[in-house]
Design a protein around this ligand. Sequence first.
Ligand SMILES: Cc1cc2nc3c(=O)[nH]c(=O)nc-3n(C[C@H](O)[C@H](O)[C@H](O)COP(=O)(O)OP(=O)(O)OC[C@H]3O[C@@H](n4cnc5c(N)ncnc54)[C@H](O)[C@@H]3O)c2cc1C
Length: 374
Amino acid sequence: MSPRPFPTEIVLIGAGHAHVEVLRRHAMRPAAGIRLTLIAREPQTPYSGMLPGLIRGDTDFAAAHIDCARLAAAAGARLIVAPADAIDLAAGRVGLAGRASVGFDLLSINVGGSPAMPAGGGVAVKPIGQFLDRLAAIEAALPPGAPLAVVGGGAAGTELALALAWRLGARARITLVAGRALLPAVPEGVRRHIARALAAAGIDVVLGEALGHADGALALADGRRLAAAAALWATGVVGPPLLAQSGLRCDAAGCVVVAASLRSVSHPAVFAAGDCASLLGMARPKAGVWAVRAGGVLAANLDRAARGAPLHDWRPQRRALVILGTGGGRAVAWRGGWWLAGGLAWRWKDRIDRRWMAMYQHLRPIAPPGVHCD
Ligand SMILES: Cc1cc2nc3c(=O)[nH]c(=O)nc-3n(C[C@H](O)[C@H](O)[C@H](O)COP(=O)(O)OP(=O)(O)OC[C@H]3O[C@@H](n4cnc5c(N)ncnc54)[C@H](O)[C@@H]3O)c2cc1C
C-alpha cells in the first residue's frame, strides 16, 4: 500500500464505542503525521449499556456519557459537533448539516444504527439522546394506567421494557411485542428467568410482527390492534441512509461491508466499525461489545494505513458475555449455555460498565512519545 499525504487527515464520523478507543489510544500515544478530526452528533456521547439505568433513574446523565470535547482535547483531535449528512467519496469530503464540508485522506465511520421501523410508526430507542427527551414528553402526557407498547423481543427490547416498568410503575401498562419469539437466541433457563421477571413487573408479552402505531393502537401483521398510547421500538438495527447513499458497498441492512481489517471492501480509504459495519464472512450480533472490541484494531489499522503499512486482521470472538439488568439491583448474565442471575450479576455488570466509562471520562496525561500504553 502506498503512503498517504503527510500529515494524513483522518476523519472519524460518530463518537461510537470504537472511535472513543481510537481517540484514547491517540491520547495515550500520539502518532506523528496524523491529524484527527472527530465529527460527533452530540457533545456528550451516550453509552447504551447504561441506558436502562438512565431510564430507571439509578444512573445519572454524567455517569452514562462521555464528554467528546475532553476526549478530543486529550487526543489532540479537532472536534466538530454536527451530524454528518453526506459522504463524497470521489472528492474525499464529509458533508455537515449547515456547515462547510470537511476533507479527509482516510475516513472512519462508527455511527451506530437505528431500529428498523416504519416511518412515523412510533419512537425509536436510538438515537438515545432524542429517545430520552421523547420519553419524558410521553411520560408527561400519559394518563394513569395507560397502555404502552415496546417493540422488540431481543435483549435490548426486553431490558427496555423492564426499565420502563421500573420507572413508570402503575402509571403505565406495558406490553412487550416480541416478534416470533422472546429472546430466541438465549439459553432456555435465561429465557424462563427473564419471562418470570417480565411477569413480576406486570409486563404482558405478545408474539407478533408490529407494523406501526397510529390512532392509539399498534397494528400487528396478523390483524390484531393493541391499545397503546405510544410504541417504543428496539428492534434489529439498520445503518443510517447516508452510508448506502454514498456509494459504499453496504449489506441489506445498509451497513458498510468491511474486511477483517475493518476496511471497506469497496473503498480502501474508508473504515467502519460497530453496529454500522458488516464484517464480511464473520457476521456478529449488533451489540456494543463488538464495537468496543473493534476499537483497538481500528486504531492500529488507521495508523498503519496512514503509514502505508500492511493492516492487521481482526478475529472477533464468536460469543460474548451478555448481562441484562432486570431492575432492583439484579441482573441475569450469560455466555453460551452458562448463566447466572441475581445481585452478583448486577454488581458485575455495574463494575464492567463503570470501569469502561472511567477509561474515557478520566484520561491520564499524554504519555511521552515512544512509550506504549495499552
Ligand atoms: C436499551 C438498549 C440496551 C443495550 N444494552 C447493551 C448492553 O448492555 N451491551 C451491549 O453490548 N450492547 C447493548 N446494546 C446494543 C448497543 O446499543 C449497540 O450495539 C452499541 O451502541 C453499538 O455501538 P456503536 O459504537 O456501533 O454505535 P453507537 O453506540 O450507536 O454510537 C454511534 C455514535 O455516532 C453518533 N452519530 C450517529 N450518526 C451520526 C452522524 N450522522 N454524524 C455524527 N455522529 C453520528 C451517535 O450520536 C453516537 O454517538 C443495547 C441497546 C439498547 C437499545
